[in-house]
Design a protein around this ligand. Sequence first.
Ligand code: MOS
Length: 751
Amino acid sequence: MPRSPVGRETDRVDGRLKVTGAAEYSGDYRATDLAHAHLVTSTIARGKVTGFDTAAALASPGVLRVYTAPDRRLPLYLATGQAAGFTENYLPLNTDMIHFHGQAIAMIVAESPEQARDAAALVTATYDTQPPRTSIADEPRVPAGPTISGAPSSLNILAPGVGSIDAALAASDVVVEADFHQNIQHQAAMEPHAVLAVWHGDRLTIHAGAQIPAAYALGMAQRLGVLPQNVQLITKYVGGGFGARVVLWSDTPLAAAAAKELGRPVRLVLTREQMFTLTGHRSHLTQTVRLGASREGVLNAVSHRSVAERPTTIAFTMTPAHSTSDALYRTPNLHVDAQLAVLDIPGSRAMRGPNEAPGSFALETAMDELAVATGVDPVTLRLRNNATTSPSTGLPWSSKHLEECYRVGAERFGWSARSAMPRARVDGQWLYGVGMATAIYPAHRRLGVVVRVQLRNDDTAVVSTATSDLGTGSWTMVAVTGADALGIPVQRVTPEIGDTVLPPGAPAVGSSGTHATVPMVVDAARNVIAELKRVAVTAERSPWHGAAVEDLRYERGILHGLGHSMTFGRLLTVTGSPGIYMESAPGGQPVPGYVHHSFGAHFCEVRVNRFTGETRVTRFTTVADVGRVINAKAARSQLVGGVIFGIGHALLEENHLELRTGRLANSTLADYLVPVNADVPDIDVVMLDRPDPVLTGPLGDGSEDVGTQSLGARGLGEIGTVGSAAAIGNAVYNATGIRVRDVPITLDKLI
Ligand code: MOS
């Protein structure tokens, strides 16, 4: 019997297309009579644009249009309802107001991209300038409001008789208090934001990279003032998201409005520099963590406060204590609070592990400081404070194997050989140190996901759902899950994703695409197998005509019963059908009484040069509890990528905002450093593969016709990055005795 493909290493079904260049990304699509757009952006952060000199641009070769703010030749509208949360709240080129440095204020359309770019460089603007609000330290603050999960971002849970969190801390034997700072970070996806907009009468087809296809298309309809059913989004191959493609930013509506006004298809590709201001970033952030504990390190009080940005045009509600300090350790007294400062800066938005990556850096560094203060081993300290119910809600987890992550990781990494004393291991110029940290990430529910499964008369199947693949492996996840559910080889399953004509799919956001999709694949397969049996007993030319469906059993693509056996393709062929399909019920209903998270433990070794302060990550082991693993190859790749994000967070990534001008000062990939291969050691990844018995619905027991091996999966796209920066920082402390709470840990902070 062939094994289920679930959990094996499956090559990407789209791999060959990608490596041969045949996969079309949004900017690769062609159209007849295509025109090319290029944006001009503001050079002030706050004020009004008072005029333009466009004469040279208009006279430049190939130029078709020069749209300038606020000529309103490209009418745009504000989105409403749910779509409002996924769009910006101002109308570029329809207003003279400047909200941030790098805002779109004009757009050139020309016959070639080069002509559009050259003409854009010839446009100059004049401004009425006001001083921008740029400092989270100085500007007035507002409460962050509910978290992205809808939970309160401000909590004060106190044990009976305890008057305040300060009283709880004061009554603790050992107190650690630490302030953390991090600068602006960027998603820096490899593929630039690109759009091709084509109108056929009233109907618009958009090719653009989107993490939430349905919200993106709906937002487009609303931004353009057309009906939703007239907008189709195609987003088949996407070169990275990391949060930067959650929002419908203004480039796409502007391109589509220009295509309509001009009567020609329009392509707009942002430059790398424009992506730094027009597609979101991770907010500038300060955090304060206070931990109170007994001499044995048992927590008595946890307090976690933060201040982040609230840009005026769109914002992510940054609540870094949410799903970190409010979820990770058992404590009788818990206080979390998140504030935002209103600023005139480019829109900030979710970036991989949006709350959890920065929040865990603060919490897990403070935990390391508590280990130092109490003399308790960092792994032992975490085991001592392991929670069995969520400290903020009191609910149990649907599945939690964090203690096993610590034990397996410590063993593989050789944690017991560690010296608690900093600077204990020196080799020539290099100080060696090790550190560890915990990872946690919520498994969000997604309502309304539908999957369609079609059985075809050539014994292949098509599994369809309008999710998108950011490079994460969703194409293959759909194929593997479909193959398991139908009991046929992966090669006989054609996945269809990345097009809003398909049934509504999972958002590729918040590490939820896989666990939101797999139960719906199973449900759709169950429904289509039942339909196949109905066809078998009702179609005249079927050998089972007139029998009862209970007499039939489906197994591995073949119907059996009453002495006959026939593949589904053969049955469909003899009954004259090209194929049959069924959809799943809409998924995502919560199971009350549980919280859902993935977990992990990171172990890291670094070496720090005694003379230059240069830090190199030399070893890294990650053990992840992410439920059932669907594709071990893609899952490992996601976890490795997450850890590499952590290396960037800890050691390299920051953009400096010039406080006086509001300009993001190092908005190029030459000046904004991300890890390259030379920064990354071989990363050892272990996945426990313990199926979650609740999140995707009850695990199958093998008694059904449909394969259920994919049930029990949980998200893993972000957990690798959560905690990994803290593990590196803790290793730097162990190597040097220097505690750096202001990332990135650049060499100047170590000498
Ligand atoms: Mo992710 S930051 O939820 O796209």
